[in-house]
Design a protein around this ligand. Sequence first.
Ligand code: FES
Length: 109
Amino acid sequence: MTDINITIIDREGKEHAVVAPTDMNMNLMEIVRSYELAPEGTIGICGGMAMCASCQCYVKSDHPLSEISADEDAMLAEAFNLQDNSRLGCQIHIHSNLDGLVVELAPKV
Ligand code: FES
């Protein structure tokens, strides 16, 4: 399988069912940007380096995500609107085991 289905809830609470490729080495932040689900300049500001938290999202489904790295953990510790299920979208790599993932974008900071 090369595409997975993801549900992304935007910052206005609207649900979007999107298809994400697993063979292009993309992360969730890049998927949000490619579907233009957040205004340009409000997500992915650091380019996916775990240095801005503009890509913070809340993981609503029970999927096996990668471990939180020290860099991600440190950035989340400084982020606003943190919740128990917060992750940085740029650190969630699109993989076939994430089919059915549901995430909500954290408010703009
Ligand atoms: S894009 Fe900056 S932390 Fe994810």
